[in-house]
Design a protein around this ligand. Structure first.
Ligand code: SRM
Ligand code: SF4
Length: 561
């Protein structure tokens, strides 16, 4: 019996099951003008609709002193499979961000967009405006399949369109069947016939926890494929995708001081053909739905179900549910994980400009009017927009005759100089949102990382290492939203101003790093990095990356001791 481990269901399981297909009392909560918040159970349900209730953590003390409730608002996340948005949609997004949120358009580490600071009274107008632009937020959060990521850059491979299509098909297949989103936010009709809402995949319990899928075309591993619950790696022979390696059980989150909660890279489980891949992905979800832990949410991700039941069991069960045999995973090779900044042309002659967006924050500041420049490009309808999982933006699908026009706007607003100015370190770096909106942050991340980078750049120059392609990532807590455990140098917040320093991840995303030193302040971080860079410069072998060197010098001896 699949659910025998799940006698004591977590409170979230009960909320889901009694929610009337994700409705709960959301409509009443949203209509209640007395508070900026919503009822507690609805806070869990609203996530399935693509939102989180948050409050401005910078203003908690001031509000408490005035005996005011917290300054509540919503973070709203779009669903953009493979990170694509049309020019008309960008124009709409620009105005919606200005009218209803802080105005900053935030590119996330899963190729989509978040708006912050949306007051409760603005949520419906925001979702309606998104809907008018054929944009949706459904199922971007909650215990359900999230935004499906795929290799971002169409110039990376002539096969990009095929995996982008697969990403869209998978995303569609795994949408929830409930009509609640349309009813609550878009004045849709209440469906009287409940049979129309029957959901054979999610039923009334949805997944035990969030579920993430990515697709990569080697040699690019820009999507950090093995950090997904399910990572599909396209196997290409003579220019044709002959099938996909199915990798299962990736996930980043840890808990400080608890070894039972760990980061894990997905394990190659099997290979199957393009004809069978949809069925195989679907059945991985049904297995996790039936066998995932529904008692302890900390152990509910697929990675723990994979480790608990083992890969041979998983393969057998997947074959049984699919009704066809799977093959052994095929060999593949990744050669890079970074975004290639600047101009590139694809096999059809279309042009792409990959723009550096520090920590994914698109906004206008006096010295850089990035948002305005992108609005003008979008208004011209001469380019679309694609987001990368490194929080950057590709100005995309530009016809050769339009390239000069787009380049002119980029030049005029200084965006080409801005991108070229980014050092290799900064260009590869990522930090999560953290303070002031993230309720779980223990330390700063995106607001602090730029100034730390200034100092680390200085250290690299001191050791003549500024041309190294180092991957450095930071998060404000151990949940791992900027995938810090898959970086060569990772910082994970432990308390305000303090971070665990991780060393030893590889450059290509095939080996996780480990804690090197715990809870360091900035002075200690810089001193540790100074010493490690000096040793790297002195002792590295030919062509050795910092990740491999630091693994060999600092991590491996501890692991094998
Ligand atoms: Fe995340 C929760 C932001 C990618 C692992 N994540 C959160 C919340 C919603 C905090 C909360 O639950 O209250 C953060 C909202 C902050 C804010 O104010 O915006 C948040 N996560 C983000 C984003 C925006 C970070 C960014 O700077 O881009 C990313 C949005 C992705 C998207 O568009 O869907 C984001 N989160 C990730 C990733 C990276 C990835 O998916 O490639 C991870 C690690 C991979 C994984 O899932 O294992 C990640 N976020 C988590 C977790 C830990 C989940 C777990 O297994 O325990 C949490 C906490 C939770 O779910 O309980 C979390
Ligand atoms: Fe918030 Fe932690 Fe995710 Fe950063 S890693 S956004 S602090 S949950």
């Amino acid at each position: 019996m699949a659910d025998q481990n799940n006698q004591n269901l977590s409170s979230t399981e009960r909320i889901k099951q009694s929610s009337d297909s994700l409705r709960g009392t959301l409509a009443e909560s949203v209509a209640n003008e007395i508070t900026g918040s919503i009822a507690e159970d609805d806070q869990a349900l609203v996530r399935f609709h693509g939102m989180y209730l948050q409050d401005d953590r910078d203003r908690r003390e001031e509000r408490a002193a005035k005996k005011l409730e917290r300054l509540y608002s919503f973070m709203i996340r779009l669903r953009l499979t493979g990170g694509y948005i049309s020019p008309a949609q960008w124009v709409a997004l620009h105005h919606i961000a200005g009218d209803h949120s802080t105005g900053t358009i935030k590119i996330t580490t899963r190729q989509t967009i978040q708006l912050h600071g949306v007051l409760k009274s603005h949520v419906k107008p925001t979702l309606k405006a998104f809907n008018e632009a054929a944009l949706t937020t459904i199922a971007t959060c909650g215990d359900i399949n999230r935004n499906v990521c795929c290799t971002a850059h169409p110039a990376a491979s002539p096969l990009h369109e095929e995996i982008f299509g697969l990403a869209n098909d998978i995303a569609e297949m795994l949408l929830p069947k409930t009509n609640a989103y349309y009813e609550i936010w878009l004045e849709g009709e209440k469906i009287a016939d409940k049979q129309l809402e029957e959901d054979p995949l999610y039923q009334d319990r949805y997944m035990p926890r969030k579920f993430k899928i990515g697709i990569a075309i080697p040699p690019a591993n820009d999507v950090d494929i093995l950090t997904n619950d399910v990572g599909l790696i396209a196997i290409v022979k003579k220019g044709v995708i002959v099938g996909y390696n199915i990798c299962v059980g990736g996930g980043m989150s840890t808990t400080h001081g608890n070894p039972d909660h760990y980061a894990r890279l997905a394990s190659p489980l099997a290979f199957t053909t393009p004809e069978n891949i949809m069925k195989a992905v679907y059945e991985v979800l049904t297995i996790q739905r039936d066998y995932g832990n529904r008692s302890d949410r900390k152990l509910a991700r697929l990675k723990y179900t994979v480790d608990r039941l083992g890969l041979p069991w998983w393969r057998e069960e997947l074959e049984r549910r699919c009704g066809f045999k799977l093959e052994d995973p095929k060999p593949f090779e990744f050669t890079s994980r970074r975004d290639n900044y600047g101009w590139e042309q694809n096999h059809k002659g279309l042009w792409y400009y990959t723009l550096f967006v520090e920590n994914g924050r698109v906004l206008d500041i006096p010295e850089l009017k990035m948002k305005q420049a992108l609005l003008e490009i979008a208004q011209s309808e001469k380019a679309a927009f694609r987001f990368t999982t490194n929080q950057n933006l590709i100005i995309a699908d530009i016809k050769p005759e339009d390239k000069d026009f787009v380049a002119g706007i980029l030049e005029q607003y200084g965006l080409i100089a801005h991108t070229e100015r980014a050092t290799k370190l900064r260009g590869n770096a990522m930090a999560c949102v953290a303070l002031n909106t993230c309720a779980l942050a223990l330390a700063e991340a995106q607001r602090y990382m730029p100034s730390l980078l200034d100092k680390v750049e200085g250290l690299l120059e001191k050791h003549s290492l500024q041309n190294e392609e180092l991957i450095m990532r930071m998060t404000g807590c151990p949940n791992g939203c900027a995938r810090p455990y898959a970086a060569e140098i990772g910082f994970v917040g432990t308390a305000y101003g303090r971070y665990n320093l991780h060393f030893g991840g590889d450059r290509l995303g095939l080996r996780l790093n480990k804690i090197y030193k715990e809870s360091l302040d900035e002075a200690q971080i810089l001193s540790e990095l100074d010493a490690a860079f000096a040793a790297f410069k002195e002792e590295r072998s030919a062509g050795e990356t910092f990740g491999d060197f630091s693994y060999r010098k600092y991590i491996q001896p501890a692991v094998t001791a």
